[in-house]
Every structure is written in C-alpha cells, then in structure tokens.
Design a protein around this ligand. Structure first.
Ligand code: ZN
Length: 495
C-alpha cells in the first residue's frame, strides 16, 4: 500500500502529431490501424502502454483505476472533425460514467489539430475539467513536439513533456507525472505552472552536444528551489497554429514567481544556444557528394523532408531520382510508401523485370512519380523493423533494383527506424555504399552502430527545413530564424 488514502484515478490517451501542411487526412483508419485500446483491453505493449504503466503504479499503491480510451494515429494532416469529436466524447463519457475521480492522468501529443480545432488538447482538457470538477488533479504528459497553449495551462494542474528526442523517455516521464500528480491529489504539494516563449522554430535532437547538456541542466534543476518539474516544449514546426514554437515550462510547488523566474532563466539560456543546437542540413547533391567522398563503409543519408514521423507522405521521389539520374550504384533507399507498386511486384514475383511507376502520388511535396525498369529482388508478406520500444510494421513489401539503386517499397506509411527494414527482406547493407532513409532523428539509434558516417539532407519535401520560410498563416512571424532577434521587435513590425 502507498503513502496515501485510496484514490480514484482516471486515465486516457488521445494523440497524433498534425502537420497542417500535409495533404493526408487523419481519419478512422489511421487510429484503428495503430490499434485503439479501451478499458480492460489496455496492454503493456499496445497503444495504451503508458496507461498500463500508470495502472500498475496505481494498483501497487492501493489506488483504484479506470482506463478510458487509448488512441494514437501516425503523424499526418489534420484529423477529421467527426473522428476527433467521437474519440473526445468517448473519453468524456467514460469520465462522467466512472466518476467521481481524485486524479486524471492524460497522455496527449500537444500538436494535434482537427478541422475546426487548432488546439485539440486544450479543447479536450476544458471539457474534461468540466466533467471532473475543479477539485480533481489533472496531470498531462505531452510529446516534446507540442504547442503549449493557454487553455492547456489553465485546465491542467501539471504538464510534463518528454525530454529526449528521439523519444526514449515516455515511460520515465510518465512515472514522474504519476508521482507528482498523486502528491498533489493527496494535498502534499500544490503545483503551479509558468512558461517562457523562446520565439524559436526549429528541430533539436537531444542525444549529443549542447542539447544533451541542456537536458541534464534541466534535470539538475528539478527537485531544487521548489521546482517539481522542468520541460522544454520544442514545438512542432509544421503545425501552423498560433502557439507553435519553443517554450520552457516550469512546475513549482505553489510559487508562481519562482516558476516564472526559472522558465525565463532556462528560456533565455536556450535562446542564447540557438546556433549551437540547430543543425543545418545539406542539399541532396551536397549530401550525395559528401557520401561518395566519405570513408569506406556505409554512409547513411537521412531524407528528413519526407519523414512520415513528421506527417510527410513517405512517397517522395526526389532523392531516388537524383540517385538514378547520377547513375550511382550500391545505394539502398527506403522505406518508400507505394502499396500499388507493391501489389504489382507481388503479382510479378521475385526475379521478374518490369516497368514500374514508383511514388510521387500524394501531392507536389512528393515530387513526380519515378518511372523505372526494375528487377524484383525480394518480397515480404509482412516486413517488420525494430521500432522505438515496439516493432514497426511496414506491411507487404518489395525490394526492387534499377541499375544499382535498391528501393524498398512498402504498404504502410512508416519512417526508417532500423537497418532490418533492409535486411529483413534480404538486402545486404554490407554491399551498399549509401543508405538513404526517410527519417529525421529516430533512425539514429538503429543505424549509428553500422554507419561509417551519417549525413542529413533537407529536401525538397513536405517537411521544409528552411524554418525561416515555412508559409505560416496563423503563427506569428516574429520568431528566429525568420528574424534575427525576435525579442527586439514587436510582432506588428515584422515584415
Ligand atoms: Zn515528437
């Protein structure tokens, strides 16, 4: 039994990362394809793994848990309005029917946009607060690629974001949120939150260098000066909403002035690090040239602009076309989303040669389709790669070769997580000079051990990495790197 009286705890998850520039609608099939879990059907390995963890912690402390829905969809374009509303209302109904609750632990993304809702998380939390009442403690865990909004801050008692990108710490942050929220529900602490807007838009992988040091500094601050938790919301650059961008979020025990002060101190420090923590990608040809000039062994090039993990279609042909046009051999490229081409290959069979139209189907961000004469080198009924925590299923797949360019075509939209996306269909990466992978950061853990070098290219594609020129309509243009010093100007003065 735990330290406190028995509490009634409610949990739910509703999450997707919305690239408002992506042409792909996020509908029922996207959530169902990832496996929606409910109530007693919440599993350790499934979509609701975080809810499962909270449930175990709660039961171990003698509390009573009611799990609602756990729904997650892969990043893509705006969520269909009726789908968002149905999942939201199911959560609200569960909270109403199962209540009253002392505490709610909610797993959200923080960058979910639906038709008619620029801030899905804020909308959900306003309504949930209405059901739970003002006394219940609401603890929220977010992905760090989140837009932290006023509504979220007003409705939640405590918000914690992931600290690591790649996101290896969802469980660790979930444990912290559980402890912090239970302490608050027991009246031992009174969390208050404050944020600092860094006026920055960029992507910030955390494994090495100044970003790793910044994460460590945040963790050092936690538990001191009344600071219960400190988060850096990186923002999600391809979400065109008012609150898009980097924010430091401090949670303190009852002292708002300290929360404001700590958030500002860390926020100003992060802004000062802006040139060191932001990486500049190479053009496609620069990346290929450097790879060819690089050390022997496999050079991995990340095609960040077509990372499905950021909502891009995953069927862009820009890099594959450059490889073919330049006549480069021993280059592996994948995964490229094209279920139609996979179907043709399965009918033709291994060893067949055929003319194949590949990719470029989703929109201008995907480039033109690539017409190649290919040999089918391998087929898979169900290609699986190691993912983050759990396996990533690519579905039916084909390995096709056109004069030394080797493409892995897949049925399901997924980014590259690990080399077995190539090797599990029979392609030997030891025989390759270059592997082009569609991913921004999550490929690193799997590929770094086998790569002689890693390069990144910026596109073209749906995830435009020229952060100064993302065509925002709703986001305030007063941000770095669009303006050199966004703290010097008022928004109205920005050209
Ligand atoms: Zn993320």
């Amino acid at each position: 039994m735990g330290l406190y009286q028995t509490m009634r705890i409610f949990t739910a998850m509703l999450a997707t990362e919305t690239n408002t520039f992506s042409p792909i609608p996020t509908g029922w099939s996207c959530f169902e394809g990832s496996g929606i879990e409910r109530g007693a059907g919440i599993t350790r390995e499934g979509t609701g793994s975080l809810l499962h963890l909270w449930g175990e912690m709660a039961v171990a402390d003698g509390h009573e848990v009611v799990h609602s829905v756990a729904a997650w969809a892969p990043p893509a374009g705006k969520t269909v309005r009726s789908v968002y509303e149905a999942l939201r209302d199911e959560i609200l109904e569960d909270a109403r029917r199962g209540g009253p609750f002392d505490l709610a632990l909610i797993s959200l993304h923080g960058a979910m946009v639906a038709d008619g809702y620029d801030d899905c998380e804020g909308d959900l939390l306003i309504r949930l607060r209405g059901v739970l009442g003002p006394e219940a403690v609401v603890g929220v865990e977010l992905d760090l690629h989140c837009h932290i909004t006023r509504s979220m801050l007003d409705q939640a008692d405590a918000i914690i974001t992931f600290k690591e990108y790649p996101h290896i710490d969802a469980g660790a942050r979930g444990r912290e949120l559980f402890r912090l929220s239970v302490d608050a529900a027991a009246g031992q602490t009174r969390p208050v939150m404050a944020t600092f807007d860094c006026r920055m838009v960029n992507m910030f992988p955390t494994p090495t260098g100044p970003m790793a040091a910044f994460v460590a500094e945040m963790q050092d601050q936690e538990g001191r000066d009344g600071v219960l938790s400190l988060s850096l919301g990186h923002g999600f650059p391809w979400g065109d909403v008012e609150d898009s961008g980097v924010r430091v979020l401090a949670v303190t025990n009852g002292d708002e002035a300290v929360a404001r002060d700590v958030a500002r101190r860390f926020g100003e420090r992060f802004f000062a690090l802006r040139d060191q923590v932001s990486e500049r990608g190479l053009s496609m040809d620069e990346a290929l040239d450097r790879a060819l000039a690089g050390p022997s062994g496999l050079i991995v090039i990340a095609d960040k602009a077509d990372n499905t993990g950021g909502g891009a279609p995953g069927d862009s042909t820009f890099m594959a076309r450059r490889v073919v046009e330049r006549g480069l051999r021993d280059v592996a490229i994948g995964p490229l989303w094209d279920p139609v081409a996979v179907g043709f290959c399965r009918d033709a069979g291994v060893g067949a040669r055929l003319r194949l139209r590949i990719g470029g189907k989703c929109g201008p961000e995907s480039g033109d389709p690539l017409d190649l004469t290919v040999e089918i080198r391998g087929l898979s009924d169900r290609l699986v790669q190691r993912g983050l925590g759990r396996p990533s299923v690519l579905g039916q797949a084909a390995w096709v070769e056109a004069d030394g360019a080797h493409l892995i075509l897949v049925e399901r939209r997924e980014q590259a997580f690990s080399p077995d996306l190539f090797t599990n269909i029979g392609l030997d990466l030891n025989a390759m000079r270059i592997a082009v992978v569609k991913s921004t950061a999550h490929f690193r853990a799997g590929f770094a051990p086998i790569a002689a070098g890693i390069l990144t290219t910026t596109g073209p594609g749906a995830l435009l990495e020229d952060f100064a020129s993302i065509p925002y309509q709703k986001r305030n243009p007063n941000y770095w790197p669009r303006v050199e010093d966004p703290f010097a100007l008022e928004a109205a003065e920005v050209p």
